[in-house]
Design a protein around this ligand. Structure first.
Ligand code: GAP
Length: 462
């Protein structure tokens, strides 16, 4: 038996602003300003309950795709603090810089290569119409690495850095992994972890922050296969985003020009997403050549190469590096999923997240808070949460409870009503179509778990 208790107007809004997403994150406790009671720390954020669950799901889907579903990858979790020589060898001490300029008039600081974005001197909110041009200093190179000291003495010998990328933890472990993983190139090492960058101009919410999480792969290949693997990783990574619901027309690959390449890269393409502020880097996919292994071999005196038994020769593998920020990926998923529509004259905000990404998969709701319904609903909830992350909610009108679940992207609502007590059936509400189907409560948990494994297509694609 099917029915549609709520009637959508049929059309969602086309695009979303960053403010709308920020406001939803705050309203539903996905993300908080860090140290808010002290006025907040600029561009630093804390994740609340649903934010943690969503972030874990993003990371889980990444691990699934790059590790569980492949034979050629192993995992690593390296320390944030590394021997300071690491950053000399990697070139970060010398080359991980952004050109910085100051405006002598307004005292604001900008990245010289992103001046158009800042519109210094022409933006009324920065300079409220007092003058037309800005008095800028010459660009100076500013190193983005955070430094701190190990132990009680704060001198140069004790200086260490908070890693600006997780990649170097992988390179310095190349020998260890090779010894224990029984792999030969082509093979990869994957890791998720925090990274820190003293960005000159962080901003756009969690898009660019000074502390963030990275999901990185260093994929080691014979040098003559590097171009081919670079292409394959670009295809694989594009597919990951779209399989998880990102609309293909909001995703593009853009090849870096020679002046944009990082100091270690011989070729990089960015996966770009159409964020509310325009096309911006979501993930970088670089061909790092043999730069890192060769440099660490030179600086450490260790041989970092692979001995090919068949050919009887050793070589330094080339590296293909797909590198994605967890927070930036989460933002892209939220922006892409955000939708509003009118349902029976009222605005409904809904996160049309891929069910596997949704923080909560099912909400169990007694229609009213009496007549044995809460007890029955609780019983069903305890059964459902065995199989999928679920929530029980009996507070407020059923409409309000549905809206709350819509806003956090819960794909299925299970409503317990009078009929449930008579025949053991519940209504199963679909977040996207709003269709309600009457189904037996028995076995529902396993059926929902099975549905999570099915391919999914964003309803925003029509
Ligand atoms: N190891 C390669 C590397 O560090 P990157 O392009 O500088 O490359 C990789 O960073 C990814 O990390 C970016 O595509 C982005 O998703 C994320 N990322 C970089 N800087 C970030 C920041 N300040 N805040 C949030 N995410 C950032």
């Amino acid at each position: 038996m099917t029915g549609t208790a709520e009637q959508p107007s049929g059309k969602g809004t086309a695009e979303v602003t960053l403010d709308e997403v920020v406001s939803l994150c705050k309203r539903r406790g996905f993300v908080f300003q860090s140290s808010e009671i002290y006025g907040g720390l600029a561009s630093t954020y804390d994740y609340g309950h649903y934010g943690v669950l969503l972030k874990n799901n993003v990371k889980g889907e990444w691990w699934r795709a790059v590790l569980q579903e492949r034979d050629d990858m192993v995992a690593l979790d390296a320390a944030i603090l590394m021997h300071p020589r690491t950053w000399e060898a990697s070139g970060h001490l010398e080359g991980f810089t952004d050109p910085m300029i100051d405006c002598r008039t307004c005292k604001l600081r900008f990245r010289a290569d992103k001046l158009e974005d800042a519109q210094c001197g022409r933006k009324p909110s920065v300079h409220p119409g007092e003058y037309d041009e800005c008095d800028l200093t010459e660009p100076r190179q500013f190193n983005l690495m955070f430094e701190t000291f190990m132990g009680p003495v704060r001198d140069d010998a004790a200086r260490v850095f908070l890693r600006p990328e997780t990649a170097q933890g992988i390179f310095v472990n190349f020998k260890n992994v090779l010894q224990f993983a029984r792999k030969k190139p082509p093979f990869g090492i994957a890791q998720i972890g925090k990274a820190f960058r003293n960005e000159i101009t962080p901003g756009n919410f969690i898009f660019r922050t000074r502390e963030f999480e990275m999901m990185e792969i260093e994929y080691f290949v014979p040098p003559d296969q590097a171009d081919d693997w670079h292409r394959r990783w670009m295809e694989d990574r594009m597919r990951w985003h779209t399989d998880l619901g990102i609309r293909p027309d909001h995703l593009q690959l853009r090849k870096h020009g020679p002046d944009e390449l990082s100091h270690y890269s011989s070729a990089t393409s960015d996966v770009e997403y159409l964020f509310p502020m325009g096309w911006s880097e979501l993930e970088g996919i670089a061909n790092r050549g043999d730069y890192d292994l060769s440099r660490h071999a030179e600086f450490s005196g260790e041989k970092l190469e692979y001995f090919d038994q068949e050919k009887g020769e050793a070589y330094v593998p080339y590296v293909i590096e797909p590198s994605l920020g967890v927070d930036r990926s989460l933002l892209a998923f939220m922006v892409d999923a955000y939708d509003t529509e009118e349902v029976e004259g009222r605005k409904r905000t809904v996160l049309r997240l891929h069910p596997r990404l949704a923080p909560v998969k099912a909400a169990v709701l007694p229609l009213v808070s009496k007549a044995g319904m809460p007890e029955k609903a609780r019983e069903i909830y305890e059964e459902v949460r065995r199989a999928v992350p679920a929530e029980y909610d009996e507070g407020g009108s059923i409409g309000r409870r549905y809206r709350r679940q819509d806003e956090i992207g819960t794909p299925w609502g299970i409503t317990v009503d009078g009929q449930t007590l008579e025949d053991g059936t519940v209504t199963l509400r679909d977040r996207d179509s709003l269709e309600q189907v009457r189904v037996p409560a028995d076995g529902l948990a396993d059926r929902l778990a099975a549905r999570l494994a099915e391919p999914w297509r964003s309803p925003k694609l029509g």
